[in-house]
Design a binder for this molecule. Sequence first.
Ligand code: 3PG
Ligand code: MG
Length: 398
Amino acid sequence: MSLFRTLDSADVKGKRVLLRVDLNVPMENGKVGDATRIERVLPTIREIADKGGKVILLAHFGRPKGGPDEANSLRPVAAAVAEHLGRPVGFAADCVGPVAASAIAAMKDGDVLLLENTRFYKAEEKNDPAFVEQLAALGDIFVNDAFSAAHRAHASTEGVAHKLPAFAGRAMQAELDALTLALGSPVRPVAAIVGGAKVSTKLDLIGNLVKRVDILVIGGGMANTFLFAQGKSVGKSLCEKDLADTARAIIEAAKAANCRILLPIDANVAKEFKAHAPSRFVDVDHVAEDEMILDIGPKSIAEVETALAGIKTLVWNGPFGAFELPPFDLGTMQVAKTAASLTQSGKIKSVAGGGDTVSALNAAGVVDQFTYVSTAGGAFLEWMEGKVLPGVEALRAK
Ligand code: 3PG
Ligand code: MG
């Protein structure tokens, strides 16, 4: 039994279904770039439409200042949703009021309509009760398929869920299932890979993980801070030296919790931060003053791969190195491929998330070979930090 109310228990036939989706997609010259977020919500749209519901899509776009603004209109996104869905998608130039109401009144069962950017109203982000009422008045039931916006307690992500019968859509459900599998009640041993540039942005995350995982692999620029805290010279590497005490405290907390921390033992170092900069592999004890660590080295890769061979569950956020600058993508690519093949052979379950992580896994060509890859950035991080996500809480079965 799911902890959340899902579409299985929703009766949508003939109903006006407010479906919150995340259509905050990258735009390139007026066209949708990466359509992953659109693709993810198609099954829910189709299911509700095919069951005879009227699908009213609610979404935000960008961070407008709280008034209509052409650059943040969802109108071009409606066309992209229609294209991917293979069905017509109507568009209403307002998300509340008479424009929205009359567009909805004209819908037939099975129709799909997208309402304009909810963030054209300041009241959306304030979760203002009067605005929540205006949204709720447009629907009979609420379905949330926008995990990646669920860390926001906004009117369309949280408020309205308390005013109408509320359910998780299929994308939300898949996300929650994957997250439960990865950290909620994982099959052990479980390892986490945490990379990225800065420790300072991931302190809460690491603090939560050391209590929950058996192995914590630390990579990316943030690993340099840990190496520095252990008295190693990191040369010109990105390093938050003022966080050395914090890094040492994390290592102690990990010991106390029986969590093994894996730090790089060797690195690919260069004198310049650019693609194809001349580089060499070196043990982390021997980084020169004028060098910077831009990736993990082959010994570290092998050590991580050995660790992965002994686990059952992997959760991954953040690349190992400067993966956008070849050859410093090697560590991330290699480990991504190993994790993918362990997943494909049924040895591990793997869940990854975060913007950079998804780009890196895409570059490695393994997104489809992980158990689940989240399209969420901030929401995935907050969930890994052990925080309560308001949009998810509102769907919890009572
Ligand atoms: C995202 O793109 O991360 C989500 O859509 C949330 O957007 P926000 O960070 O502007 O709230
Ligand atoms: Mg964001």
